[in-house]
Write a protein of this length. Structure first.
Length: 299
């Protein structure tokens, strides 16, 4: 059930001194709100930090009339899972933010379902924090699966392709969401039409990941990887981006070049990750893998 209220949410307001900068930018957990809609996942009773880079004030509103003006604040999650939406306004521009409170693994274990997760590696790859096993997951129901996480992507786009009933569970990193929207923005800057960026594969459970023979440290099991292609005509195939009359790896390379440029840009160093460019796998012709693992990887 999607919750559109902050009724049970505690808003803990804390004042901070911010270093003055030339422009004011809104951030949630250090991720810039550069797009009209972004979504963030939290564990029950966790907090998200909302701030402006220059300490200027912003206004928060929701559909139930909560209206506050602050310079910095913590948004504290409820103890129960759900999707909570707020609007933040700064410099006369409004942004929508979804805070998604996850189910803990203990709650998932105690919820009757036929969704198989499998086992995460007991030891983090190279002892890196981004490879630690997650402590919770987003519950997906028939009612909330159509929720837009960003302007172009819905919750259901990232579901693992393994058979089960509801509830299902998924992980979706806000960094991945940002990077996918940034790829679309860069395509539009180059005058490509983007009506549908298809997520061929988003989150994978360790169970499903092993079943298809993928590596046990795949970023897909941590929710910050996606295999994507541009599919404006919804024919389940990459579009002819280079206009040569055929679909090939050369079309995927156009997407790959955009990812390369993002990863090289110092302002996006926090998004750096893996890139794989594929000619096709039988079912799909031309796609790329993109993730935000924190270091450069190419194949």
């Amino acid at each position: 059930m999607i919750k559109r209220t902050l009724g049970l949410i505690s808003l803990v307001l804390i004042s901070f001194f911010a270093q003055a900068q030339n422009t004011s930018q809104l951030k949630v957990n250090d991720i810039p709100l550069d797009f009209d809609l972004l979504s963030f996942s939290l564990l029950p009773n966790d907090s998200a930090f909302i701030e402006t880079t220059d300490g200027s004030t912003f206004q928060i509103t929701n559909e139930n009339g909560i209206d506050i003006s602050v310079s910095n604040m913590y948004w504290k999650a409820d103890s129960g899972s759900g999707i909570y939406s707020i609007h933040i306004e700064n410099n006369s521009k409004s942004y929508k933010v979804n805070f998604i409170v996850m189910d803990t693994f203990e709650e998932i274990k105690n919820t009757p379902n036929d969704f198989t997760i499998g086992t995460y590696p007991a030891k983090a790859y190279k002892n890196l924090a981004q490879y630690e096993a997650p402590k919770g997951m987003i519950k997906v129901t028939k009612e909330n699966q159509d929720t837009f996480l960003t302007q172009h992507f819905q919750l259901k786009d990232f579901l693992v392709k393994q058979g089960s009933g509801y509830p299902k569970y998924v992980l979706v990193s806000p960094k991945l969401l940002y990077k996918l929207e940034l790829i679309i923005a860069k395509l539009k800057e180059q005058d490509y039409h983007v009506g549908n960026m298809h997520v061929m594969s988003g989150y994978r459970t360790p169970y499903y990941n092993a079943k298809i023979g993928n590596g046990k440290s795949s970023r897909h099991i941590y929710g910050d990887a996606a295999d994507i292609f541009l599919d404006n005509d919804n024919n389940q195939a990459m579009d002819d981006l280079n206009k040569d009359g055929k679909i090939s790896i050369h079309d995927a390379q156009i997407l790959g070049k955009i990812v390369e440029n993002i990863d090289k840009d110092p302002q996006y160093k926090w998004l750096i990750g893996g890139l794989g460019i594929y000619n096709g796998n039988g079912a799909h012709r031309g796609f790329i893998h993109v993730d935000t693992r924190g270091y450069k990887a190419r194949w």
